[in-house]
Design a protein around this ligand. Structure first.
Ligand code: NDP
Length: 392
């Protein structure tokens, strides 16, 4: 049993709050804090039990420290934006509280993300006797656990990992993103990158694609190679991997809009002066696009995220696929959110549960694949993200 402080009252924060509220035997008390108090209160009103809410600017470390000292959580779940990661980790260090997030740190003025900034906190967290669990969403998150599971149960050596993320849902808007538009567009418009034979290979954005036949009636869809943060940690923690890639589906409509927005400069992250005022085009675009939280009631269809893994077992080549399918309408019925927020929020709750129940413990900064995958895989089946595995 422990007290949890959730930072960020967006699409993912809503799911985390719902899921923690459903488990009073693990999360004895909950506080949801975010930049805009009304968003916390709106979520709190939907929940099956009473929680606290608070207004906080997570970039203001003293303000966050003061909130932590007042509420005294056992674990902090950061589902604000990647820009806040280091400030929130600083506040956890100052107060001696365990930390969890779902996305690695990204500087606001540079479309670049990498784990090193957060891995650099390892010694300080270790010395303080606290734990940070990085990337406990779906991808990163469950995909890392899928790889650890494959390694434990199916392979002697993993040689190739392809993480494949499909959102076969439809929200009816000509263009919208299923999670924070600014983060999503920065990720998709960045150069692609994959790992092969000991080095990273950079590709032009969305320049490599192929067709993948998704299971359970989703069928063939075009997938595009992107760089994604879990590749960096998987290469570090799973020995023997020769190739690791990340793929995502995009509809033709999404790509058409994105191309135009890029061509006219609306995805730029550097400030431009308009009417004497500096504005960042991508931040302005975010203000125009539908709030991802508003897509819940209108999104239909399913997501399918999984890992296709090749390697050796007892001297023989083996090919293995493990995936989860999640239905947008079903998640909306359960927690009033679409499946992209759901598939991120549920693993964040499970990661915190692993930490609070002592199933995953350590002092320092850790990625998901460093722990025993079994209790997490079991919890996925019990808390709304059942998985299926096949030997191909
Ligand atoms: P949203 O934009 O919907 O929510 C982010 C929330 O954080 C908002 O409520 C926002 O406040 C709040 N926030 C932003 N800045 C601050 C700050 N300085 N202090 C306090 N609160 C702040 O994003 P999502 O819910 O879609 O995504 C949340 C996180 O989950 C992101 O980091 C995203 O990258 C990650 N993610 C991870 C995935 C995975 O599988 N691993 C998949 C999808 C998302 P306000 O409402 O005032 O703007």
């Amino acid at each position: 049993m422990g007290k949890v402080l959730i930072i960020g009252a967006g699409g993912v924060g809503q799911v985390v709050a719902f899921k923690c509220a459903k488990l009073p035997e693990v999360f004895s008390e909950i506080c949801l804090a975010s930049r805009t108090l009304e968003k916390c209160n709106r979520i709190a009103e939907m929940l099956p039990r009473k929680i606290r809410t608070a207004q906080v600017d997570a970039d203001n470390v003293p303000e966050l420290v003061s909130l932590i000292e007042t509420f005294k959580p056992d674990v902090l779940i950061n589902v604000a934006l990647p820009y806040q990661d280091l400030h929130i980790m600083d506040a956890c260090l100052a107060t001696g509280v365990d930390y969890l997030d779902t996305a690695n740190y990204e500087p606001r003025d540079e479309a670049r993300f990498c784990y090193q900034w957060q891995w650099d906190y390892h010694d300080r967290f270790k010395k303080r006797g606290i734990m940070a669990l990085l990337g406990s969403g779906f991808d990163p998150g469950v995909t890392n656990v899928f790889c650890a599971w494959a390694r434990k149960k199916h392979f002697d050596t993993i040689r190739e990992i392809d993480i494949i993320d499909c959102n076969a849902g439809d929200h009816g808007h000509p263009f919208a993103t299923n999670f924070n538009p600014e983060i999503n567009i920065r990720e998709v418009t960045a150069k692609g990158r994959y790992y092969e034979s000991g080095k990273w290979i950079e590709t032009d954005p969305l320049s490599i694609s192929k067709t993948f036949d998704f299971p359970e009636g989703i069928g063939p869809r075009k997938i595009y190679l992107l760089y994604h943060e879990e590749l960096e940690s998987l290469i570090r923690h799973i020995p023997g991997v020769n190739r690791a890639r990340f793929w995502m589906t995009f509809s033709d409509n999404y790509l058409k809009h994105l191309e135009v927005l890029q061509n006219v400069g609306m995805t730029r992250i550097d400030p431009v002066v308009y009417n004497g005022q500096e504005i960042v085009p991508l931040q302005f675009l975010k203000a125009l696009l539908p709030d991802p939280a508003s897509l819940g009631p209108v999104t239909k269809g399913r997501t399918c995220i999984g890992c296709l893994i090749k390697g050796l077992k007892e001297g023989r080549e083996k090919k293995y696929y493990v995936y989860n399918i999640c239905d947008h309408e079903q998640t909306y019925q359960e927690v009033q959110s679409q499946a992209v927020s759901y598939t991120t929020g549920v693993p964040a709750m499970i990661g915190a549960m692993m930490m609070l129940t002592g199933k995953w413990r350590g002092h320092g900064v850790f990625n998901m694949e460093e722990f025993d995958p079994e209790p997490f895989m079991d919890a996925l089946n019990r808390h709304g993200l059942p998985w299926t595995e096949t030997i191909l």
